[in-house]
Each structure stands twice: as C-alpha cells, then as structure tokens.
Design a protein around this ligand. Structure first.
Ligand code: ZN
Length: 209
C-alpha cells in the first residue's frame, strides 16, 4: 500500500484577509475535562453551538478564516463546507457560527469544524520524551524550554484512524484535502508537510494553497 502523506493545516496570515478577533457570544464554559488527567482537552460538543465572533476590518473574506484567539479552530465558508461534503472529506463535524462586523450580523455563513479524527505522535522517533502523556486524551507536558524544538514530526505507526482531518496538538490533513483545496481554489489555507510542522524555527516550508 502506498504511504499516506500528511500535512499540517494553518491560516494564510496576509493582511488582505479578514480574521475573527474574539468570541463575543456562546457558551464556552462547558468544556470537557479528561476523566484521567483532569485537563481541559477538547471543547464539549455543545460548546461548538451558537458561537458568535467579531470580525476584523481587513478587506477580504477567505474560505478558511482565522480565529485570532486560542484555541486554534478551523472555521470555513459555506462554499468550502459544500466542497468538503461533496468530496466526502472525513473526520469533522461542522457547526454554523454567527459573525458580527462592528456589531452587525453579516450575511455570509461560516462553520466551525470539530475535528475528531485521531492519530498519535511517535515521540521516540522524534527524539523527545514528554514529561507527562495521558493515554486517554493525548494531553502532553514537556519539561525544559519552550518552544519545542523538534526537527521532524512523526506519527506512531497504525495510530492514524483513517480520517482526512485529524487533530493532535495541531490540525492535520491528508493529501486528498490539500488537492481538493487547490482544485477548488479555496482561499486562506496554508499548509506544510507534517514532518516539519512542529519545528518552530522552520518557516520556509509553509505554503499558501
Ligand atoms: Zn487526559
């Protein structure tokens, strides 16, 4: 079988694109705590419903709009969602959000993606052992200095569940997703090969799609 290629997905940071500045409505209190380690690991499914964001003044709406705060969501346009559905991209659930500009609701519809596809890092191969790793939720803690300084990122063999979109400390996807984004000229996506994606000193691999 041919080896699957994976990419890290991020946002095109050029100033022409609007981004979501902050969450101004919705219930962010109902996050899920891991029953093993007690960390807040993932937003509760209910927290994805009815989120309201305020958008920046930049000129253009991209298909992949960045949220400037934490955590790092994937939020896509109606058109992008239609393309993802038509192409049967797996590993996510989409929830509609409301976007305000200067306090007024905009016409355009965007969707926040809860990415539930899974895989695991191969820390052994990456040459760094986390100080704590929760088997249940994947929460990981490191001793020593931040940022992490991995040279290369590897996934544990057989840990990928086969989803086109999957989530570890970042959002990752298959080559199929990259090709679909390119073919349909969806805007606002940046990507790089997963192997370089956790190296904070390596900027040169990131590409606008
Ligand atoms: Zn945990």
């Amino acid at each position: 079988m041919q080896q699957e290629k994976f990419y890290s997905l991020s946002h095109d940071l050029r100033r022409k694109y609007k981004y979501l500045e902050k969450i101004v409505g919705g219930n962010l209190e109902i996050r899920k705590r891991c029953h093993v380690c007690g960390q807040y690991v993932e937003f509760d499914e209910r927290a994805y419903k009815d989120l309201i964001f305020e958008v920046s003044d930049n000129p253009e709406y991209p298909d992949n709009i960045m949220f400037g705060g934490s955590p790092n969501f994937i939020i896509i346009s109606q058109r992008a969602l239609e393309v993802f559905n038509k192409e049967s991209i797996t590993g996510f659930q989409a929830y509609p959000i409301t976007i305000l500009h200067k306090g007024q609701k905009i016409e355009r519809q965007y969707y926040i993606l809860r990415v539930y596809g899974k895989a695991e890092y191969n820390y052994k191969k990456m040459g760094k052992k986390p100080a704590f790793y929760c088997e249940n939720c994947g929460y990981t803690e490191y001793s020593g200095k931040r940022p992490l300084n991995y040279e290369f990122t590897y996934l544990k063999e057989n840990s990928w569940d086969g989803s086109d979109l999957f989530s570890l400390s970042a959002k990752y996807c298959t080559e199929k997703v990259i090709n679909i984004i390119k073919k349909n000229k969806l805007t606002g996506f940046d990507a790089e090969d997963i192997i370089h994606s956790l190296n904070p000193h390596e900027q040169s691999y990131w590409k606008h799609l």
